[in-house]
Design a protein around this ligand. Sequence first.
Ligand code: SAM
Length: 215
Amino acid sequence: MDFEEENEKLIDHIKKVGYLRSKELEEALRKIPRHLFVPEEMEYMAYRDTPLSIGHNQTISQPSTVVAMTEALDVKKGQKILEIGTGSGWQGAILSYLVGEKGFVYSIEVIKKLAEFAKNNIKKIGIKNIEVIVKDGSLGLKEKSPFDRIIVTAAAPDVPHPYLDQLKLNGIMVIPVGNLYLQKMYVIKKLKKGFEKINIGNFMFVPLVGKYGFK
Ligand code: SAM
């Protein structure tokens, strides 16, 4: 199977549906090949625009969803980002590429085995500006805050207040909020006058667990 060719077809598809706009993200999709982030038996499906199982009842998100969330996050070089829900490490690696050598990504995963899976996947592409941490990410990561950007890749019942506290002024957070079956994707900006919240559409995510997640 020619993964490069399959990836180009996927990139074209995501452009056509209108999600992919920035050149930097298009380049990141080429530099961070998705087949390196899925279990070997799933490789042949890596370039389909669909979520895939990564074990432990979890998924690597659908490529067009990863693109929609990343575009909404409006990442700039040198930024410090917090990701909650490392999963396969693919989204985190894309963010690491976008922030460049001077930026950094902290990615939290609650399932130890998945964190190990992600670390191995990230090693394959030699990215150094990301740290995968095993803990309850619903609490955020106070000791490394404030963050320029926060991205949550699991469905939250509400916006956990630690994330609002740990976001920098003028920072952006992208988070799916709703029930277990359907969520609204919120883009939240922290402004001097308060928080600005925009809904960019409905999505379906696995649940955020932990203190501020689903019980
Ligand atoms: N971003 C991932 C990727 O690129 O593969 C996909 C993430 S998957 C849709 C959601 C992940 O969130 C799962 O791996 C799950 O274990 C994790 N998760 C759920 N609740 C969490 C919590 N409280 N803290 C950290 N991770 C959590």
